[in-house]
Design a protein around this ligand. Structure first.
Ligand code: FAD
Length: 304
C-alpha cells in the first residue's frame, strides 16, 4: 500500500459513508459482499442501500439491507426509501419491513416520477406528496434517524435553487437531521450552495456526495440527466482515457481524492461516496486521501 496521502491521515478527522445499490444477480451479490467487507475497514459512519422508485427494487433492497446488517455486521445500515407511485399504507408497510430487518436510519426520498427523470411528477392517490411528507411520517414514529437529499446544482425539476432550499427546509422542519447531496464536480458549486443553505437557517450537516468516475462516458450521460455539470478541466483529464483502463483508474483516483481534500480544506468533514458496489477505485481514493483503515488485512484479502 502506498504511504503517500494528500491529507494528514494522523488527524483522523474525516468521516465516510458509502452508498450501495441492490445487486441484480448472484454474481453481483457476491461482489457487493466483498466490497462491503473491504470498505468496512474504513469504519464508515453508515452505509446506505438505494431503493427503486415505485418499489421496483423492494425485495432486493430488503435482502441487501439484511445481508449488510446480519452477514457483514454493519448495524448502521441505512435504507433509502422513495414514496413515489405508492400509497401511504404501502410505504408504511415497507418501513415496518425495514425496521424488522434492523433498520434505524432512512434516507427519505420522493423518487423520480414514473416515466423517469424529466417526466411530469404526479403525487400518487393516497400517497405521500413529496419527501417532506415522508420525513414527517417517519419522524412521527420517533424510531428513526432521517437523512434526505440535497442538490447543489439544483434538482432538474426545480425552478431555481431557492425552491430547492425551501424544500430542504421543509424536510428539516419535519425531522430530517442530515442531507446527502447529489454528486457534483465543482467544489465552488457546493460552497455557494452551502452558504445559501446556512443563510436560510438550515443548520443540519450537508454531506457532499462524491462520485469517483469509473467510466467517463457513462458518468457524463448520467450527470446530464441529473443536472450535474462536468467542468471542462475534468473532461480534459478523463475524456480520452475510456480505452486506457490503468491510466483512467489513476486519473479518476486523483480527481476524486483531490476533490475530497479540497473540500476538507474548506472545512468539510463528512463525505458520502457513491461506490457503484465496487471497491478498487473507492479504496484507491480513500487511501490517497489518507482515510484511516482499521484492518488492512481485510482490505488486502477481500479486494474485488
Ligand atoms: P424532494 O426533496 O421532494 O424534491 C426535490 C426537488 O424537486 C425539490 O427541491 C423541489 O424544489 C423539486 N420539486 C419536487 N416536487 C416538485 C414539483 N411537483 N414541481 C416542481 N419541483 C418540484 N432515487 C431513487 O429512486 N432511489 C434512491 O435510492 C435514491 N437515492 C438518492 C440519494 C441521494 C443522496 C440523492 C441526492 C438522490 C437520490 N435519488 C434516489 C434520486 C431522487 O429520488 C430524485 O432526485 C427525485 O427526483 C427527487 O427525490 P427527492 O427526495 O430529492 O425529492
Amino acid at each position: 500500500m502506498s504511504t503517500r496521502t494528500l491529507y494528514p491521515a494522523e488527524r483522523g478527522d474525516l468521516r465516510l459513508s458509502f452508498e450501495y445499490f441492490p445487486p441484480k444477480s448472484e454474481e453481483m451479490d457476491a461482489q457487493l459482499t466483498r466490497t462491503a467487507a473491504t470498505l468496512n475497514a474504513y469504519a464508515p459512519e453508515f452505509v446506505s442501500v438505494t431503493y427503486g422508485a415505485g418499489g421496483s427494487t423492494k425485495a432486493r433492497s430488503l435482502t441487501t439491507v439484511r445481508r449488510l446488517i446480519d452477514d457483514c455486521s454493519i448495524p448502521g445500515t441505512a435504507a433509502h426509501l422513495t414514496c413515489v407511485g405508492a400509497t401511504r399504507a404501502e410505504v408504511d408497510a415497507v418501513v415496518e419491513e425495514f425496521a424488522a430487518a434492523g433498520v434505524r436510519h432512512f434516507v427519505a426520498l420522493r423518487g423520480d416520477p414514473q416515466g423517469g427523470i424529466g417526466a411530469q411528477y404526479q403525487p400518487f392517490p393516497d400517497g405521500y406528496e413529496n419527501a417532506a411528507a415522508l420525513v414527517a411520517a417517519l419522524s412521527r414514529s420517533g424510531r428513526f434517524q432521517i437523512s434526505v437529499s440535497a442538490y447543489p446544482e439544483k434538482h432538474p425539476e426545480s425552478s431555481d435553487v431557492d425552491a430547492d432550499i425551501d424544500m430542504l427546509k421543509r424536510k428539516v422542519d419535519n425531522g430530517a437531521t442530515r442531507a446527502l447531496t447529489q454528486f457534483f464536480f465543482d467544489n465552488n458549486d457546493f460552497e455557494r450552495y452551502l452558504e445559501r443553505v446556512r443563510k436560510a437557517g438550515i443548520s443540519i450537516p450537508v454531506v457532499p456526495g462524491i462520485l469517483p468516475i469509473n467510466q467517463f462516458g457513462q458518468v457524463s450521460k448520467f450527470a446530464g440527466l441529473c443536472g450535474a455539470r462536468i467542468p471542462e478541466a475534468l473532461s480534459a483529464r478523463l475524456a480520452h482515457l475510456d480505452e486506457s483502463p490503468e491510466e483512467r483508474f489513476k486519473e479518476a483516483t486523483h480527481i476524486a481524492a483531490e476533490q475530497i481534500v479540497d473540500l476538507a480544506r474548506r472545512g468539510v468533514r463528512d463525505f458520502h461516496l457513491y461506490t457503484m458496489n465496487r471497491s478498487p477505485l473507492i479504496t484507491a481514493v480513500c487511501d490517497l486521501v489518507g482515510f484511516k483503515r482499521t484492518d488492512e488485512a481485510v482490505v488486502e484479502g477481500a479486494a474485488a
